[in-house]
Write a protein that binds this ligand. Sequence first.
Ligand code: GDP
Ligand code: GDP
Length: 456
Amino acid sequence: MSFVLAIVGRPNVGKSTLFNRLVGKKLALVDDQPGVTRDLREGAARLGDLRFTVIDTAGLEDATDDSLQGRMRRLSERAVEMADAVLFLIDARAGITPNDTLFGDILRRSGKPVILAANKAEGRAGEAGYFEAYNLGLGEPIGLSAEHGEGMAELAVVLQDLIEGVDERLEEAETDIDVDVDAEDEERRITPSRPLQIAIVGRPNAGKSTLINKIIGEDRLLTGPEAGITRDAISVPFTWDGTPMRIFDTAGMRRKAKIQEKLEKMSVADGLRAVKFAEVVVVLLDAAIPFETQDLRIADLAEREGRAVVLAVNKWDLEDEKQDKLKALKEMFELHLPQLRGAPLITVSAKTGKGLDRLQAAILKAHDVWNRRVTTAQLNRWLAAMIEAHPPPAPSGRRIRLRYMTQAKTRPPGFVVMCSQPDKLPESYSRYLVNGLRDDFDMPGTPIRLWMRSQA
Ligand code: GDP
Ligand code: GDP
């Protein structure tokens, strides 16, 4: 059985041109004849050593504007249904249009693997559109030129992986579900409405078990079926005031180790896995001994892994001078974790439940920000203002020019700035931009990534 690849995209992006290149002109001509399957052409494709079936959703050019969206949607859905994978084409010269976005949504929901390709990418005219394509949230686009045959090798590599993956899946049939962070990532991308994944990390005795039990409202974690048997991490579904969530639960939380040393060791590994699992990481500090080395390490790890972070200071019920203490905490935060600038700091008592509503609100907000998209238009207006307020330097007399900016990804938000001499731009200027983004677009509690790319 042959692997089936569907080429989809709005009219004029170059689907037929690519189809013809993949199947060869003769076949395409035969299939061009009018008939019931006129809208969907199918052909035997070859690309390097790869052999597969390709479906093209052509025949939309004569549709009126009104009927276009509906027809495109129906046709694409049919093609996607038949396919093992989808090649989603956009026109790098035209940039992303509302219909591209519509397609992106359909494809994301389909659950099929999607290869995003920016066609007409030859030369420089396609550059901005290529970077804009990141905005579709479908990963890194392949730059293609169907007409000139560019990018075909890269396409072949990606396709080969997919074809082999499908073969393997057929062979393995059903394997046991392991906690596989990459697979989880994939799944999350396809179904964005799944429960919010959180982890509560922190030093032993910070109050993690107490907090989790308070939130979930029962002794579930301490009395789980595998308590004392497995050291593996599992995740527990629950709702927190009506919001579906999953929490990363570790053996270390379920079971109190008798030996303190053992507990400490375990919590480092557990913490690491918890961070990989989570979308939002709650770093739980003990108000009496906050910002200890272990706290800093795990918070830094969460930032580097690109997770949304909320700091919670526990055992607040034991503090007398709350105002002074809070001020001191904020100063320590700024001093020890500048990389998490803007992350919320919430005081709670896991014991009494005080502050947990604020903690939940902070988690939801951080998650929201982590997923946020800023439009290219907004970004470029903002960039112009930032440059005017504080122009980039001019090393050896040539001013660094920041030409164009777009959001390349979310979870966490990442931005690409096209600029001249990117390697000469000082770190302080990048920081100026990142801090500005955080303040001006209200993005607390999330790492922000910024890449400088040259246009050459
Ligand atoms: P479809 O409607 O998506 O099937 O698009 P077509 O394959 O009919 O192509 C639409 C137009 O884009 C045609 O004029 C093609 O010649 C042109 N085109 C297709 N691929 C490329 C490319 O890689 N670069 C450029 N510059 N033009 C292309
Ligand atoms: P874990 O090791 O991080 O899971 O911490 P535990 O949940 O086992 O808590 C350690 C100790 O701190 C226990 O004796 C708890 O009763 C206590 N504790 C936890 N949260 C609070 C709190 O908010 N206030 C007070 N006063 N004690 C707490």
